[in-house]
Write a protein that binds this ligand. Structure first.
Ligand code: SAM
Length: 233
């Protein structure tokens, strides 16, 4: 995508009512955005952003937001937020959600490392992590969005009984996630499936296909899924 096109999309999402942007992405920097600071939504997403009380579901590394948009259509009683750092990708999902007039879909442009600046403890009901970068080098394992480092962030947002789930094509990331979540005493593994399309889907939402998933399927890869329920000890 050309730079001009990207800048146009950045400008557009700034005017979108369904997109919130982290304008102070450096955690060291203090936020001085005053009343426009999206951190003011912390603990207030239902009331101030969606304007109705409903469980909040996050799609992390949402890219073009296929899960956020499709889930919002399928589950009108829940509120969905796609999270990604790349504005030009978020633009795609946000534009589609606006065209569909979805009142229960929004997007947050931020680094996932900063999530707890935007959500209060217990505010998030469910997390989807869709085809995140696998960071294959062992020395980069803590960059994986399912690692202990990120679980520590998610614990600050989740509530008892929340579901956290990963969809991936990558065997290394899948095995790493299985082991990490298995060792976490507050996560109860619910489903762990090596090839989701091999038999009946364990959840109907797995039918939704993201941009990356379609590429992986075309390349002949199998799609894996793991979910766990958060039970703080
Ligand atoms: C491989 S793409 C997957 C996108 C989409 N879920 C899909 O399946 O098509 C990974 C996405 O994660 C986002 N990402 C990676 N690390 C991130 C981070 N620390 N914070 C926010 N977004 C991140 C990237 O910007 C990218 O859009």
């Amino acid at each position: 995508m050309g730079r001009k096109n990207k800048l146009k999309k950045f400008a557009e999402i700034r005017s979108y009512p369904n997109v919130v942007e982290n304008r102070t992405p450096n955690p060291e920097e203090s936020s001085d955005a005053g009343e426009n600071d999206p951190r003011n939504l912390r603990g207030q997403w239902s009331k101030s952003f969606f304007r109705r009380e409903a469980p909040i579901v996050l799609e992390l590394a949402c890219g073009k937001g296929e899960y956020t948009v499709a889930l919002a259509q399928q589950y009108p009683d829940d509120n969905f937020i796609g999270v990604d750092i790349k504005g030009a990708r978020i633009w795609k999902g946000a534009t589609k959600a606006l065209a569909l007039q979805l009142q229960n879909a929004g997007f947050l442009r931020t680094r996932i490392e900063q999530l707890d600046e935007f959500f209060a403890p217990g505010e998030v009901h469910e997390i989807w992590i869709t085809f995140p970068d696998p960071y294959l080098r062992k020395s980069h394992a803590q960059k994986r969005l399912t690692s202990d480092r990120f679980l520590a962030i998610y614990r600050n947002l989740l509530t008892e009984g929340s579901r956290i789930q990963l969809k991936t094509d990558d065997p290394t990331l899948f095995d790493f996630t299985k082991a990490t979540w298995h060792h976490a005493t507050d996560l109860m593994i619910e489903h762990c499936v090596d090839d989701i399309y091999d038999k009946t889907l364990v959840r109907p939402e797995l039918e939704i296909k993201t941009f990356y998933e379609k590429m992986h399927l075309e390349a002949g890869k199998t799609i894996k899924y793991i979910s766990a329920i958060y039970r703080p000890v």
